[in-house]
Design a protein around this ligand. Structure first.
Ligand code: PHB
Length: 395
């Protein structure tokens, strides 16, 4: 067994783990990042793509925002479509000039990996059979196999950034954790298409045949989604059927339709809302999807993961630099008060925009009234906008 020693062992090289490692490095705190997958997998996995203003500011402040500033697409509004018409929510006007930036999660991951390696700091990719030891003692460690050899990282703290299906959350005894969970009776069928965006901003579309989302990744690639069954069989969806359905749902009274193109990726995403409380047990801290999941309708998942990294980096800095443990003890409260507000927003967007099989005509009319209210009342539009661009951190 090869033994390594560090201050913080980080399991998972997604946005939460990599941002935490970087913020700790800036504060002079040492960490080792351990990741199950390869670098190539981490850098190519297509996930979310909308950064809140708060996330953009943090990337810039942390010195990792240069490519995002060059290549990210700044959006000052979104459109809500229903009853055949689209209505613009002017995010910037409603939030004193804030906006969101369309920049893929895998691009954020690429930038953070590059920065960490340039700093000469370790990421142990393709580490298998990870196991946590002694998280409720003062001497926790992380064990795994790296390049065929058993390794142990001895550390002061472990950051569990290994996602919803990872090993960190289950390492907390059931009697010490409460799980809040809601599954939605639908999923999203998502595609990436080689088609230049033919519309400037994202469209969140409520239609009688279910939700559709028009999004993009770059000046040449569009990203689109369709509400589907949670267990939808992708093989039933030819490219032609996907474009027909997108056209049906997205075409409005003005006749606009998304520009079609070659579909270069297809997948189904499940939809759930999930919160683990607390987000800490002994010397183990949970971040990002390991601790909470939001349905993608509010575009919040990656932003929440990065916010957790900020909260934990500040708490660890308090401990290592100022010898104070209060912020570590307040980690759960510090994250969850904001996480619950973001849960509320993501749930609200989801319920306003999707078809629910058991909705009756009353529910349908109420949903349309909600959309009509949000798109005509400045007060209602402001609540959408301030959540969409990102609530202040640490609230
Ligand atoms: C995306 O582009 O992947 C995307 C955009 C907005 C969302 C969810 C996903 O709400």
């Amino acid at each position: 067994m090869k033994t390594l020693t560090t201050q913080v062992a980080i399991l998972g090289a997604g946005p939460a783990g990599l941002m935490l490692a970087h913020l700790l490095h800036l504060a002079g705190i040492e960490s080792i990042v351990v990741e199950l997958r390869s670098r190539q997998y981490a850098e190519q996995r297509i996930r979310a793509g909308v950064l809140e203003q708060t996330t953009v500011d943090l990337m810039n402040d942390a010195g990792v925002g240069a490519r995002m500033t060059r290549e990210g697409l700044r959006h000052h509004g979104i459109e809500l479509g229903f009853r055949g018409e689209r209505h613009r929510i002017d995010l910037s006007d409603l939030t004193g000039g804030k906006c969101v930036t369309v920049y893929g999660q895998h691009e954020v991951v690429k930038d953070l990996i590059e920065c960490r390696l340039a700093d000469g700091q370790p990421i142990l990719f393709e580490s298998t059979e990870a196991a946590l030891k002694g998280v409720d003692t003062d001497h926790p460690s992380l064990q795994f196999i790296y390049r065929g050899e058993p390794h142990e990282v001895k550390c002061d703290y472990i950051a569990g950034c290994d996602g919803f299906h990872g090993i960190c959350r289950p390492a907390i005894p059931a009697s010490s954790i409460t799980l809040y969970d809601r599954e939605y009776p639908f999923g999203w069928l998502g595609i990436l298409a080689e088609a230049p965006p033919s519309r400037e901003e994202l469209i969140y579309q409520n239609s009688p045949r279910g939700f559709a989302l028009y999004s993009m990744r770059s000046p040449t690639v569009t990203r689109l989604y369709l509400q589907c069954e949670p267990q939808e069989d992708l093989s039933q969806w030819s490219d032609e059927r996907i474009w027909d359905e997108l056209n049906w749902r997205l075409t409005g009274a003005d006749g606009w339709t998304p520009t079609p193109g070659k579909i270069i990726q297809k997948g189904i995403t499940g939809m759930r809302s999930f919160v683990a409380h607390p987000m800490q047990y002994g010397r183990l801290f949970l971040l990002g999807d390991a601790a909470h999941i939001v349905p993608p309708t509010g575009a919040k998942g990656m932003n929440l993961a990065i916010a957790d990294a900020l909260v934990l980096s500040q708490a660890l800095t308090g401990f290592y630099i100022r010898n104070k443990t209060e912020a570590l003890a307040a980690y759960t409260a510090g994250c969850l008060s904001r996480v619950w507000k973001v849960q509320r927003f993501s749930w609200w967007m989801t319920s306003m925009l999707h078809n629910f099989a058991d909705d009756n005509p009353f529910d349908r009319q109420r949903q349309i009234a909600e959309l009509a209210y949000v798109t005509t009342s400045r007060a209602a539009a402001t609540t959408l906008a301030e959540n969409y661009v990102g609530l202040p951190l640490m609230t």
